[in-house]
Design a protein around this ligand. Sequence first.
Ligand SMILES: Cc1cc2nc3c(=O)[nH]c(=O)nc-3n(C[C@H](O)[C@H](O)[C@H](O)COP(=O)(O)O)c2cc1C
Length: 320
Amino acid sequence: MMDWTTSHFRYLARQLSRHALLYTEMVTTGALIYGDTARFLRHEPAEYPLALQLGGSDAGELAHCAKLAEQFGFDEVNLNVGCPSDRVQNNMIGACLMGHPDKVAEGVRAMIEATSLPVTVKHRIGIDGRESWDDLCEFIEKVSGAGCKTFIVHARIAILEGLSPKENRDVPPLKYDWVYALKQKYPHLEIIINGGIKTFGECNEHLQHTDGVMLGREAYNNPWLLASVDSEFFGAPASTLSRHDALRAMYPFIQSELERGVYLTHISRHLLGLFHGQPGGRQFRRYISENAHKSGAGLEVIQTALEKVREPEPALIAEA
Ligand SMILES: Cc1cc2nc3c(=O)[nH]c(=O)nc-3n(C[C@H](O)[C@H](O)[C@H](O)COP(=O)(O)O)c2cc1C
């Protein structure tokens, strides 16, 4: 998620779940090819398993970037066919590509030829003007025909004329049954459902009909949810880690980021959700918001903010 799932957020997420697959922000092929490649692909091995999400439509450029994904150690390369922003539409990136399934298929085929990494596609169930079931099936058939086996489906259409990106994440109605129907019609494909999912109860319900679940906003706003993912879905023993432990485990990383010149706010804003709904959480967030932007602010801001939240006794952690 742009500006959200930065390396700093992913590092926090990885303290909480070893197994959840994490995704980068979308990076355009143009940025990777003509910009500072190493900066755009920067991540920590501690973040694995990690998928690189690309935005683009030129087959040659996508192939080149898929190779880069492999060279830089990513575990998967994903093509964004869901972003509705005007900026990307003008460059034939994102959801507008739902209207050009042949072009997506050509790009996916080129990526698959260029890399041994899994190549996956994240898309909508349609866009305005191409929102029928047949349109969706044509998209899936052409793109799977090019070799894509995994589709992450945001279960609402994108309205490219007249809605902002934010509205496009809430206004068009969710149609989970369409995603379930895709899995029924194409049982050989891996179908991952996305959109509006917040609880494990909802995840378990979706898993009756699909192969996987992707959480966006809830995982970011309430990252502690991730602390139970491994035991709930991956058969791991229940975690004994506390929120305090998770944050403290980030200190060496935060310190090394500060030492290479990263501003504390660029890191700390992704930590604000950790005490979501907890007593003291507001004081934690307030202390960071009031102090992290100050000149010379360092790790001590996070340490002091953490002291604002009472640390649970070890025996209470499981229930917290
Ligand atoms: C701030 C923000 C940035 C996003 N950026 C991306 C992106 O870069 N690539 C992408 O595929 N989806 C992006 N999305 C969409 C989410 O991945 C997801 O599809 C959408 O929010 C619906 O899922 P959710 O209800 O679980 O959040 C973004 C969403 C938000 C809120």
